[in-house]
Ligand binder design. Structure first.
Ligand code: FAS
Ligand code: PHB
Length: 389
């Protein structure tokens, strides 16, 4: 089999890139190791920057997002028993869209089928080959048969644990990492959100986040020790701990209910450099990870895809490699700014046991300063809505 671009991974990165390529008349094939239902069963991100919204509209997969998504003009910071709203729209002129990654992925999958895109699911041992040369190819096994796909370029959109970054680990890859001493215990429940916007809570007991998926479906998180197992947490224990970390008015207004999903995600900051190795490119989580505190993970995947697509389009349309030559540096410039913001939000909002009471007081002082300084709020707002591509 031959195609122009093989995309490894059918998550948001792979699907968005695949659709942009299809729309530009560039043949592509997506290969994933699991199937559609497994991918859609993973509950992940919830906040979309305008850049991601614009790309979904550009590829014609934004209809349901506009029908069901929630436009948010701000979010609350909760600390020292009070709340302060960060007025995103008033401070930057831009809002964010609250629309679950699961639904965004579903929309892109459905649109890919409607537009004739090809996806191979349940492919084992997907392996990129000869990407240092001009005739790369990818092999995979399925139903006991080994398949080979020859191509011009390979996009590694296979996430943090994928095969793409592993294939270049000994080819001069440099990695930068910070692992945080806690995780996020997340719950999805069909109860109305406690507030019409998100609430990020700093509390001596630990961080909490009130998010949502719709007017009838809520997404909540509490910081937990890395040693915790999700089985240790009953729904009641979760709700009790969440309410302890919120201001009284919010805790009293909280509507609780049974969890329809409950999981613990570890937090890390991670960047791989460079993001290009010959004709193989690392995209999205394959190249970087951010703690979800800044809602940047999914949105960084969008800007990577934008830069890589522009480069590949130039290769085919203008016979120019300028765009793919610039991809890594261009993407990393935006990635590191998002890594910084996600790190700073995580350091500001979470409890670090080693920092003691002094650390908690410093965080509360910084939040009190932030709530009194329009300049500081504008800085937080412009990073949260997403820096320019
Ligand atoms: P993905 O990991 O989404 O997709 C990679 C795809 O590649 C998967 O379908 C996988 O099956 C496939 N794959 C992997 N290895 C393969 C192989 N060897 N061969 C073939 N296919 C392979 N971001 C936020 O902004 N907010 C959040 O709250 C948030 N929560 C998260 C919670 C968790 C538990 C995780 C893991 C991530 C979270 N993220 C969050 C980040 C997340 O949304 C990512 O940024 C987003 O999924 C990135 O998309 P992709 O780059 O497509 O990678
Ligand atoms: C979510 O709704 O899952 C969510 C929202 C904002 C974040 C992280 C996660 O910063």
């Amino acid at each position: 089999m031959r195609t122009q671009v093989v995309i490894i991974g059918s998550g948001p990165s792979g699907l968005l890139l695949g659709q942009l390529l299809t729309d530009a008349g560039i043949d592509n094939l997506i290969i994933d190791r699991v199937d559609r239902d497994y991918i859609l069963g993973r509950i992940r991100a919830g906040v979309l920057e305008a850049g991601m919204v614009g790309l979904l509209d550009r590829v014609g997969a934004g209809k349901r997002m506009h029908e069901q998504g929630l436009v948010h003009d701000g979010f609350d910071l909760s600390f020292s028993g009070r709340r302060h709203r960060i007025h995103l729209k008033a401070l930057t002129g831009t809002s964010v869209m609250v629309y679950g990654q699961t639904e965004l992925t579903r929309d892109l999958m459905d649109h890919r089928v409607e537009t004739g895109g090809r996806t191979i699911y349940n492919a084992q041992n997907v392996t990129p080959h000869d990407f240092d040369g001009s005739n790369p190819y990818v092999t995979y096994e399925r139903d006991g048969v080994t398949h080979r796909v020859d191509c011009d370029y390979i996009a590694g959109c296979d996430g943090y644990h994928g095969a793409s970054r592993a294939a270049v680990a000994d080819k001069g890859l440099q990695t930068y990492e910070k692992v945080y001493p806690f995780g996020w215990l997340g719950i999805l429940s069909d109860v109305p959100p406690v507030h019409h916007e998100l609430i990020y809570a700093n509390h001596a007991r630990g961080f909490a986040l009130c998010s949502q998926r719709s007017p009838t479906r809520s997404r909540y998180y509490v910081q937990v020790p890395l040693s915790d197992k999700v089985e240790q947490w009953s729904d009641d224990a979760f709700w009790d701990e969440l309410r302890r970390r919120l201001p009284d008015d919010v805790a009293q207004a909280m509507v609780t209910g049974p969890s329809i999903e409950k999981s613990i995600a570890p937090l890390r900051s991670f960047v791989a450099e460079p993001l290009r190795f010959g004709r193989l490119f690392l995209v999205g989580d394959a190249g970087h990870i951010v703690p979800p505190t800044g809602a940047k993970g999914l949105n960084l995947a969008a800007s990577d895809v934008f830069y890589l697509f522009e480069g590949l389009r130039e290769c085919y349309a203008d016979k120019s490699d300028a765009g793919i030559d610039a991809y890594s540096a261009r993407a990393l410039a935006r990635i590191w700014k998002a890594e910084r913001f996600s790190w700073s939000m995580t350091m500001l909002m979470h409890r670090f046991p080693d920092e003691g009471e002094f650390g908690q007081k410093i965080q509360e002082a910084e939040l009190a300063y932030l709530s009194s300084s329009e300049a500081a709020q504008r800085s937080m707002a412009e990073n949260y809505i997403g820096l320019p591509y």
